[in-house]
Design a protein around this ligand. Structure first.
Ligand SMILES: [Zn+2]
Length: 299
């Protein structure tokens, strides 16, 4: 092997000096490791800049395509005809950190690749699904109530700030038909019971709409309370409804990983207000004419 010349040795030494390496490292980090904006739900996305500082939800205009999509989903999902269809009061977009969205995007991409290789043509099969949960504050009640509370008991604010945690999901309900997972559904009316509201002085309810990587679902006909993951080759467990011998009477989709789901929208709804009866207005002129002629005057 040739012996390095004095000049080469000097260059090698210079390049290995920490003083030289340090600025280069910072430069590389700035170029290659600057956190990128993952998607439109990012706190840093330009569309979300009108949000109030420290808020995690952004009210959507009724003409916003996302608002229209969620509203349609909610009304279409109200399948219990015995429950009066409520009125939507507001729809908010839920904003997350890029770190949180990055984990979700990575898992979604993995599922997409695996499914396309296995000829499952729906890829990641991302869907918007409902999830009812406990609210202990007035978040979303109006456009000024956009700051999550600090209570660890308020499941709504916990999910909005830190997404879902499979270890905590289902604690409110002792019976989990598909075991320890995160439960969602396309049926907005069935979740009414779990969209509870412990806050005082309000009759409004809330419902989360989440992005879910359903992937290749395992369709089950019967309860399986022992499950803590989907069968091999699947990414979620869905029920099959409407068939003879099926234990389920409404649809549910369950995922078993925290990175398979992110909250996306918050629907605030209340009882539908019946149309007010038309009041007959009797002006002074009517009263005078009526008293003069002793006959009722048509209004
Ligand atoms: Zn709260």
């Amino acid at each position: 092997m040739a012996t390095p010349t004095k000049a080469k040795r000097r260059r090698f030494a210079v390049y290995n000096l920490p003083e030289f390496a340090l600025p280069g490292t910072i430069f590389c980090k700035l170029i290659f490791f600057a956190p990128m904006i993952v998607d439109e739900f990012s706190l840093r996305h330009p569309d979300n800049l009108p949000r109030r500082r420290y808020s995690r939800i952004l009210p959507l205009e009724s003409s916003d395509p996302q608002c229209i999509q969620v509203e349609r989903l909610f009304l279409k999902g109200w399948r219990h005809l015995n429950k009066p269809k409520p009125t939507i009061r507001a729809i908010y977009k839920i904003l997350s950190s890029d770190q949180s969205l990055e984990v979700y995007a990575r898992y979604k991409s993995q599922v997409q690749t695996i499914n396309l290789l296995s000829k499952f043509n729906k890829g990641a099969n991302e869907q918007l699904c409902f999830h009812g949960t406990k609210r202990l504050c007035l978040l979303g009640e109006n456009n000024s109530k956009v700051f999550p509370c600090e209570s660890s008991e308020c499941s709504l604010c916990c999910i909005i700030q830190g997404s879902f945690d499979v270890a905590k999901c289902g604690n409110a309900h002792s019976f989990r038909r598909f075991g320890a997972g995160i439960y969602t559904t396309s049926c907005s009316s069935i979740q009414q019971h779990s969209a509870s509201n412990s806050a005082l002085n309000t009759n409004l309810r809330v419902l989360l709409v989440s992005r879910v990587v359903v992937g290749k679902p395992h369709n089950r006909r019967h309860n399986a309370t022992h499950m803590n993951q989907p069968p091999t080759g699947h990414h979620s467990v869905c029920d099959v409804v409407g068939l003879p011998g099926v234990d389920l009477n409404y649809e549910e989709t369950v995922v078993y990983r925290n990175d398979a789901i992110r909250p996306a929208y918050l629907v605030v709804y209340g009882p539908s207000t019946p149309p007010k009866p038309v009041k007959r207005i009797h002006s002074k002129a009517h009263t005078l004419l009526s008293s003069l002629f002793k006959t009722p005057v048509a209004v």
